[in-house]
Design a protein around this ligand. Sequence first.
Ligand SMILES: Nc1ncnc2c1ncn2[C@@H]1O[C@H](COP(=O)(O)OP(=O)(O)OP(=O)(O)O)[C@@H](O)[C@H]1O
Ligand SMILES: [Mg+2]
Length: 275
Amino acid sequence: MSDSDTFDPADPKNQKTVGNIRSDNPRMICRGVEVFYADKQAIFNISLDIGKNEVIALIGPSGCGKSTFLRCLNRMNDTIDICRVSGTIKLDEMDIYDPAIDVVPLRAQVGMVFQKPNPFPKSIYDNIAYGPKIHGIVTNRTDTDEIVEMSLRKAGLWKEVKDRLDQPGTGLSGGQQQRLCIARTIAVNPEVILMDEPCSALDPIATSIIEELILELSAQYTIAIVTHSMQQASRVSQRTAYFHLGVLIEVGPTDQLFTRPLHRLTQDYITGRFG
Ligand SMILES: Nc1ncnc2c1ncn2[C@@H]1O[C@H](COP(=O)(O)OP(=O)(O)OP(=O)(O)O)[C@@H](O)[C@H]1O
Ligand SMILES: [Mg+2]
């Protein structure tokens, strides 16, 4: 096993993931996923299952490809011109890279919450109502009211905003805005929610509210979360995947990965030797 200074991600010997990449009950199945930005390869031969109703944390040093991999899961990389993805990714039985797939409903089924809360410049109500309307989930005011309330309740925001639904979403605090974005994602009935460092712009109190919310949501949804915080990964996830220079080095039960990592590079990272 090579150490972090000499690690060559292009060497197939280094692309073998340690630990169990499979899930007994997979919701998404990724096999041999590779990503290039123009000529530069960012992800090497990654295979990983994401289980139904699990929270899986993606960790690793900056630039190791966590966001790139996450964006593969709902074809968000399609929006980057120079980006090319190969390999297979299935959501249940559906090959999401099948040219016949419409990415608009796909991105509702596999929703995404970003690092920086990004509410639309609209009212709190319209932030939630927009998705269900364009996806044809609701057609009248009563149903829309219901879905807005249900989504805000699930995101733990209803009590705080129910008397100001007509006010701009951008007027909320950072933590409230992030819960609004989570509510917006939930409103279109996702199966999977992707979160890319959802708490990095939040203070510790707002962070702990979001972490509790993630735990509650995992009863109903599958969640993949990128985080720089090992404490956060420990608190919210059942499985953790460690990435290094575009390679999936190790994946396993979160408590095991942090206490008894199997790979030297994981060990070096969690003990703070680099990253
Ligand atoms: N839009 C892009 N165009 C070109 N290269 C990119 C682009 N996005 C990412 N990359 C490159 O791909 C590699 C992986 O980047 P990525 O953003 O996925 O890493 P990350 O693990 O999410 O890092 P961080 O923890 O800093 O967010 C890096 O070398 C990065 O420079
Ligand atoms: Mg990132």
